[in-house]
Design a protein around this ligand. Structure first.
Ligand code: ZN
Length: 146
């Protein structure tokens, strides 16, 4: 089971949740200063606000061994450009309530219209697969407009 609180036998920083993070491999709670970290490529990730950091995931681990496992997992995960473009499109659309023309979505997400369209197609194909497997309720996202 993962633990989200600080260790009960914590030191001076015990009780300050910001002083801790979880090992992404085993879920152990670790003092920030004792964490091992790495940046790994991950096409499913876009940064909240800085597009220059898109496609990279920060992984943290309790030990060099667990960091090596995590780096290996992401090294073996295919980097799918269409997945990255879909994530960029979703970030733009998440800020909008009204329908946005594809050309505007592309411009706002730093993509060509063709890339934005391929991202939309990729997203919609995954959404259809998800509905085929799990049904309509609690779908992770509606189709993006074609
Ligand atoms: Zn660990």
């Amino acid at each position: 089971m993962e633990r989200y609180g600080p260790p009960e036998d914590g030191g001076a920083d015990a009780g300050d949740a910001s002083a801790y993070d979880l090992c992404d491999h085993c879920g152990r709670v670790v003092l920030i200063e004792d964490l091992f970290g790495a940046l790994v490529p991950d096409s499913s990730v876009v940064h909240d606000s800085d597009p220059r950091l898109d496609g990279e995931r920060v992984v943290t681990a309790c030990s060099a061994e667990h960091l090596a496992v995590l780096v290996g997992v992401y090294r073996d995960r295919p980097f799918v450009p269409e997945e990255q473009w879909a994530a960029k499109v979703c970030r733009v659309l998440a800020e909008r309530d009204d329908p946005v023309p594809l050309s505007e979505v592309a411009a706002l997400s730093g993509l060509s219209e063709q890339q934005a369209q391929q991202g939309v197609d990729w997203h919609n194909a995954r959404a259809r697969e998800w509905r085929a497997q799990y049904g309509d309720s609690d779908a992770p996202g509606d189709d993006l407009a074609d």
